[in-house]
Design a protein around this ligand. Sequence first.
Ligand code: DO4
Ligand code: MG
Length: 316
Amino acid sequence: MHVARFTRSPGAPVELGVVTPEGVAPFGGTLAALLGLEVDEIRRRCDAALAAVPGDRRLEIGSCTFLPPVEARMEVWAAGVTYERSRDERMRESAAAASVYDEVYAADRPEIFFKSVPWRVVCDGGPIGVRSDSAVDVPEPELALVVGASGQVVGYTVCNDVSSRSIEGENPLYLPQAKIYAGSCALAALIRPAWEIADPYALGIAISIEREGTRVYEAEGSTSQLHRRLDDLVSWLGREIAFPDGVVLSTGTSLVPDLPFSLRPGDVVRIDVDEVGKLESRVVDARELMAERDSSRSASAPSARGSGNRSTASKA
Ligand code: DO4
Ligand code: MG
């Protein structure tokens, strides 16, 4: 099963539901309120929703528009340099400051950075951006943790921590500009509950990038290569800062295309995390997303094209 935010039609109220292959069983409340509960209670509510709406009465998956798994006061944060491959590639791209990556890889305190507010997050099928002032832009396929207000990992989703390698490589202090811009944070809409994942350190992660019908990059990794413990990352994130509506913490990437590979507008990026889910995104010029946001702001409701953060294609 998965848990997801969704609407039954454009403009309809946002609901929360349990998604199974038979369809969606809606249940009341919001994701933020759900993440205020302990995991055992969340599990009880999911089971109750499934019992209350038998398979043949569930909403058809194709009739629902799924939304990013973040809302209200939630935030998206991300850990970096949590895999050896990431450390090595950062050192390569950042010749002048290579040692900071080596040091942070070995340090007790992990690198954790702010990634996105909810409204900027795009989900399945939505556009991700490449910056016009960056020569090398890459997707970063990552396992993301959905963490409750109490600090418990409630579930898992898929994150694409889209990044500019050239800006990050120029100077580590440019990290926020390398990491936060229009279309730089994509999350799969569906959350796989924590109690359904037997071993989060044994999940395969795969990525492919298609350009004009040709596969130009593909790679596979596994969370078994993670250099940190997930609960340790969560505990560092939660030091001296509270997340009363929950938080998404992406856990870093092990899949980095060799330099000078860069995403281009028109590319299609597909990420698959075993047992957790899939995330497909199309690449656009980030400035296009800004223009769409500007035009949707002047309209009374965001246009279907301009909203860019909805998915009807997700499957449980
Ligand atoms: O310091 C750079 C960030 C690295 C990152 O995002 C990752 O390893 O996933
Ligand atoms: Mg990353």
